[in-house]
Design a protein around this ligand. Structure first.
Ligand code: PMP
Length: 406
């Protein structure tokens, strides 16, 4: 059966509510996705029927909670095409996953004069941890330039790779522009020189099928809340041999093998990187989100969002006062723009009165805004539940705002 977004909408209870008295047009999925009933129910089910702390319980309830939590790791492994569940570390979000790699792999492998390569379209989460690491280690952060269309300049990228490059950290899909970065070319160029690659997949995993083996990356990070799952639940995939060699991140309960006042030994990955009680119900919610997406089919979701991205782009380009920011040939899910004479924040506020929820601001990508010489953009971002009518309403609301400011 083919994917029907109108049917899928019924799975999302929140889409029945209004926004400022108007039917809700939710166009902020890049910030966070709404949750299907299956995810909400999976979380409630843990708290209502299976909840206890995990791993050390000798009673039935704790064993059930452990099975649910650890079972979610297998669901994530299969979802990412990882070879082994030991390669899947649970974190709070993509931000924490990146900080984990910077604090462990980074501190262990980056020294004075070394270099880390990122791109000009990164989210702050994939800039600041590397910048801090470079400051600490007297290393250098190198930034691949972005073209006028909002694409990563691959020629310049290859030239930046050298003997001192210790890691490439790059977005799979840009949250501010929707650009899909050609990852296979990135990993091939980096691996030719023996450089590991971390991919920020926060905006990619909700939009198309990802296989870490096929991409050939060494680390892959994402957040559950952007994948129609719960907030507070994130993932770090790391190649087994890299994780094995990494020192712990946070320390305390659950990540140790044995503790004495003289010496502590640590669990192997992934437990080594998961100190303290995890988000047990969150893991169930994330697994439910993945099951839900698999049920709909990620390829169908991908086609749907690509079609909507094209439709929305055509529609917005018919508004003479509007300029798209980010016109990459390969892009999905995000429509970023500025409107002459209307500040993005004012635009966002007026759209809100029409029931249309978009985001206005720098999208945690201030260097990218600077690159395009704008302080902020308005951003409409798509989810599997969006339909053409949502974009029609967006365009109408923008025209209304332009009239108000005339
Ligand atoms: N990277 C990208 C590309 C993002 O879009 C986001 C969230 N906007 C993040 C990282 C950070 O995600 P989180 O806030 O869930 O850690």
């Amino acid at each position: 059966m083919s994917f029907d977004p109108y049917l899928a909408r019924r799975d999302f209870p929140i889409l029945e509510r209004t926004n400022r008295g108007q039917p809700l047009v939710y166009l902020d999925t890049a910030a966070s996705a709404q949750k299907p009933r299956a995810v909400i129910d999976a979380i409630s089910d843990v708290y209502e029927r299976h909840y206890a702390n995990i791993h050390r319980g000798v009673y039935e309830l704790s064993e059930e909670a452990t099975r649910i939590h650890d079972g979610a790791r297998e669901t994530v492994r299969a979802f990412l095409g990882a070879a082994d569940v030991r390669e899947i570390v649970f974190t709070r979000n993509a931000t924490e996953s990146i900080n984990l790699v910077a604090a462990t792999f980074g501190r262990a492998n980056v020294g004075p004069g070394d270099e880390i390569v990122i791109s000009g379209l990164e989210h702050h989460a994939n800039i600041v941890p590397w910048q801090m690491l470079c400051q600490e280690k007297e290393a250098r952060l190198r930034v691949v330039p972005v073209t006028d269309a909002g694409e990563v300049d691959l020629e310049a990228f290859e030239k930046l790779l050298g003997d001192r490059t210790r890691l490439v950290a790059i977005s799979h899909v840009s949250n501010a522009l929707g650009t899909i970065v050609p990852i296979r070319e990135v990993t091939a160029a980096a691996h030719e020189r023996g450089i590991p690659v971390l991919l920020d997949g926060a905006q990619a995993v909700p939009r198309f099928a990802v296989d870490v083996g096929e991409l050939g990356c060494d680390f892959y990070v994402f957040s559950g809340h952007k994948l129609y799952g719960p907030s507070g639940m994130g993932v770090l995939y790391g190649r087994a041999e890299l994780l094995e060699a990494m020192p712990p991140y946070q320390t305390g309960g659950d990540m140790i093998e044995s503790v004495s006042f003289e010496k502590t030994t640590f669990q192997p990955p992934p437990q080594r990187f998961e100190a303290g009680t995890p988000d047990i119900a969150g893991a169930a919610g994330l697994a439910a989100a993945i099951d839900y997406l698999n049920g709909l089919g990620l390829d169908a979701i991908e086609q749907h969002e690509l079609e909507l991205t094209r439709y929305g782009t055509e529609l917005l380009q018919q508004i003479p006062e509007l300029r798209m920011i980010g016109t990459a040939a390969d892009k999905t899910g995000v429509l970023s723009f500025v409107v002459e004479g209307v500040h993005p924040h004012d635009l966002g506020t007026i759209l809100d009165t029409q029931g249309v929820a978009i985001r206005a601001g720098h999208h945690c990508a201030q260097p990218l805004m600077e690159r395009f010489d704008v302080p902020a953009t308005a951003r409409a971002s798509l989810g599997l539940y969006n339909v053409r009518e949502d974009l029609d309403k967006l365009a109408a609301a923008i025209r209304h705002a332009i009239e108000l400011f005339r």
